[in-house]
Design a protein. Structure first.
Length: 330
């Protein structure tokens, strides 16, 4: 069949298209699963005052930028002038989450560069950052006045990002407020998950083994296709700590994976499930193998039969007789 000649070219074009789509995506931009979800419940302390409690209820009442930063973060310094200008103009409420930092280091950094935050939540152990699905700093979440996450900005907020991306979202939230009732603030008395040391551990070996097994099935979202068990990245260490915490709390292995998947999506799973949004991931390799097999079979069938070029003794005799006859006639 003539069309079978085009099968390899067609398969190659399909492969190039998928590779092209992959190369156009920024691998540093991990899609967030937290959009249109409530801010995770938490109870931490204020950066400047260890005795002052800060909870998710404190973020209800008006829209806010929740900015994740650290004194160790170079890119945070890049966006800091923009945040200082927004605070000076009293444009929007800015709440800081000081992530994976030392309390004294963060305070000194703010004293040196200025403090644009109304409140700063101290998250030295990544308790809140992992709950929010943070992958790096700086990251900024826009909350509406009910405390629901409406947008996530990955990377520094520059003046262009503010004008073209952040401000339109806040304007849309302001328009929504005209048609929706104001939220009722309720002080949360819910007990946040207990720390590991507050739980009676009966089998440390089992907890360690389960933590290791689950960690091998979860992807470090900022690494080159490594599990959080194999990676030494700070975020992988935070994720391993959270896995152990959930195991100690009594979650099954599948519940721990679902817990992480809720925050980071299917990408966090080393083996993504077969479902609609991952169908092509599973289908394309199989389809290419199938197409290659069909082409190989058709190519074999359409190949011209081989001809034995060697002359038999009878053939040579006939040729000799014909030549002799031609000579006598001449």
């Amino acid at each position: 069949m003539a069309w079978s000649r085009f099968i390899p070219a067609g398969a190659f074009v399909i492969l190039v298209v998928f590779l092209g789509i992959g190369l156009t995506r920024d691998p540093s931009l991990i899609p967030t699963e937290m959009i249109n979800r409530d801010m995770p419940a938490f109870e931490l302390t204020e950066l400047y005052d260890e005795t002052q409690r800060v909870t998710d209820a404190d973020l209800i009442g008006e829209p806010a930028l929740v900015n994740v930063f650290g004194s160790w973060c170079v890119a945070c310094l890049q966006e800091h002038p923009t945040l200082m200008q927004l605070n000076q103009d009293d444009t929007v409420r800015i709440v800081g989450v000081n992530w994976r930092d030392g309390r004294d280091d963060a305070i000194k950094w703010l004293q040196r560069h200025g403090d644009p935050y109304e409140t700063i939540i101290f998250d030295g152990e990544s308790d809140l950052a992992i709950e929010m699905g943070v992958t790096g700093a700086p990251e900024t979440f826009i909350l509406d006045r009910t405390g629901r996450i409406r947008f996530k900005q990955i990377g520094p907020i520059t003046s262009d990002v503010w004008r073209e991306t952040i401000r339109p979202v806040l304007d849309a939230l302001a328009a929504e407020e005209l048609t929706t009732p104001a939220p009722v603030r309720v002080e949360s008395d819910a007990v946040v998950d207990s720390d590991v040391e507050n739980i009676v551990l009966t089998d440390l070996d089992l907890i360690g083994a389960r933590t290791e097994a689950v960690s091998k099935t979860l992807r470090c979202v900022v690494c080159q296709n490594q599990s959080i068990y194999d990676s030494n990245a700070p975020l992988a260490q935070d994720m391993r700590r959270l896995v152990r915490k959930r195991v100690v709390a009594g979650d099954s292995d599948e519940e721990v994976r679902d817990y992480m998947r809720y925050r980071y999506g299917d990408y966090v799973l080393m083996s993504p499930p077969l479902q609609l949004n991952t169908f092509l991931l599973w289908l394309v390799p199989l389809a290419l193998v199938l197409v290659g097999g069909i082409w190989f079979v058709l190519r074999g069938r359409n190949a011209a039969p081989t001809v034995d070029d060697a002359l038999t003794e009878a053939d040579r005799n006939r040729v000799a007789a014909a030549l002799a006859k031609a000579e006598t006639e001449t």
